[in-house]
Ligand binder design. Structure first.
Ligand SMILES: *Cc1c(COP(=O)(O)O)cnc(C)c1O
Length: 421
């Protein structure tokens, strides 16, 4: 079974004041991982990771990542606000939104964030939103269409994706912005999701680097940064191999030396906007077994449900499960591990071989630190779990409380309903 950073005794102590379920984040592991990530890409003259806030929208996490040198990748107004309050400011924040309301562009502009446009028509929309002028820096999201192959099923084929500009549009977009006085330019793409093949990312960088040289030749525009998007996968399943970041960095560096340096585009800053590999493996959904059923299958029910963590229910994704204290016992029971939602897809694991689970056991769902609680919802009147940070010194801090019924009803006028006929 996989590693978990707390003992049963420590959990017993913590759950006296913070009952299960909650997501536990391991601060030391997040910091160590971020240092490793940054070190791999330190072979570039300029590098920055912009954490995808949607993966873990908690300002305590963002503050830790800011200290490790990260910026933020945002796609909504609350995400822009969270980044700003967590010390991720100015051009350390990239606003990669789509179908964006004017007010969100205005806030990004006011905060000095980099605006990454998703469409050629958004040049005029942005200009109008900002009272007739464009920002000094603009980035465009490129959709390579059929040019980029080998994309996995999660993100799908670029030519079927709603995002980005076509090749013909992107050249026109840079030329237009240059003519309008925009001074600094970036180029972005995002064509992967949970991809484990390291060569895929080298290939994406090559595609963008070659496009940078074409943009220079045809538009006279110098691209100053390339944003490779997110999509670096993590080994959810036994047998999955983590992406070797040193290999990816070296592969991209070779393309940089081959394409960017001779084109006179060096130094070009390299950016990522990853979420999953930054916090995913370092977050755990901590639950207790509260019910068992013995019908056509054996069921173990947890005090959490897919409202807290919906990846298995929605994507059928595999997450490792450990039963604390039973690491050395044989996995001789086959369970469906389920939550309390009135949906049969509310299963954290299906037909999983595990040690015998007793009621009250701590059941840990691994790799829950990205796109986890953040994707949760209140369907069926379910209240989403809280979040706890395990500090580097071994202490714990509640960084988000569990939702209450008052939170759930906050959007209703409950006094009004008394008089409503
Ligand atoms: C979701 C998203 C990311 C982060 O994806 P991960 O798979 O968590 O790395 C980055 N950029 C954009 C534009 C996204 O939509």
């Amino acid at each position: 079974m996989r590693n978990f950073p707390m003992t049963i005794q420590q959990l017993d102590e913590l759950t006296k004041t913070m009952p299960t379920p909650f997501i536990l984040f391991d601060e030391k592991a997040i910091r160590d991982n971020m240092k490793k990530f940054n070190k791999a890409f330190s072979i570039f003259p300029k590098f920055r990771e912009h954490y995808a806030v949607k993966a873990g929208p908690n300002p305590y996490l963002l503050k830790i990542l800011a200290e490790e040198g990260c910026g933020a990748d945002c796609s909504s107004m609350p995400e822009l606000m969270l980044s700003e309050m967590s010390g991720m400011k100015g051009d350390h924040v990239i606003f990669t939104s789509n179908e964006t309301p004017a007010g969100e562009y205005q806030l990004a502009y006011k905060q000095g964030n980099i605006i990454n446009l998703d469409d050629i028509t958004h040049i005029d929309f942005l200009k109008k939103s900002l009272g007739g002028k464009l920002p000094e820096t603009i980035c465009f999201r490129y959709n390579p269409g059929t040019e980029k192959t080998g994309c996995n099923a999660i993100i799908g084929k670029p030519e079927e994706a709603k995002y980005g500009l076509t090749r013909a549009q992107i050249l026109e977009a840079y030329s237009r912005c240059k003519a309008e006085g925009v001074k600094h330019f970036g180029l972005h793409t995002m064509v992967a999701s949970n991809e484990l093949n390291p060569d895929f990312f080298v290939d994406t960088a090559k595609l963008l680097f070659e496009l940078c040289t074409e943009i220079k030749e045809k538009c006279g525009v110098i691209i100053e940064f390339v944003d490779l998007g997110g999509g670096i996968g993590i080994p959810y399943k036994p047998g999955d191999k983590a992406v070797d970041l040193d290999y990816v960095a070296k592969g991209i560096r070779a393309e940089y030396d081959r394409v960017i340096v001779p084109a006179g585009l060096d130094p070009l800053a390299i950016y990522w906007e990853c979420g999953r590999p930054i916090t995913g493996p370092y977050g755990y959904l901590v639950s207790k077994a509260v019910h068992e059923k013995h019908i056509y299958r054996e069921y173990i029910a947890l005090d959490s449900c897919m409202a807290d963590f919906m990846r298995p229910g929605v994507y059928g994704s595999y997450h490792e499960i450990s039963v604390l204290g039973k690491e050395n016992e044989p996995c001789d029971h086959v369970y469906d591990v389920v939550g309390s939602l009135c949906e049969n897809s509310d299963k954290f694991a299906v037909q999983r071989s595990l040690p015998k689970i007793d009621l009250g056991d701590y059941v840990i769902l691994h790799d829950a630190g990205a796109h986890g609680r953040a994707m949760g919802f209140n369907y069926n009147g379910k209240l989403r779990c809280g979040e706890v940070l395990l500090r580097a010194d071994g202490t714990t801090k509640v960084i988000r409380r569990k939702e209450t019924i008052d939170d759930l009803f906050a959007t209703l006028d409950l006094d009004g309903v008394k008089d409503f006929q």
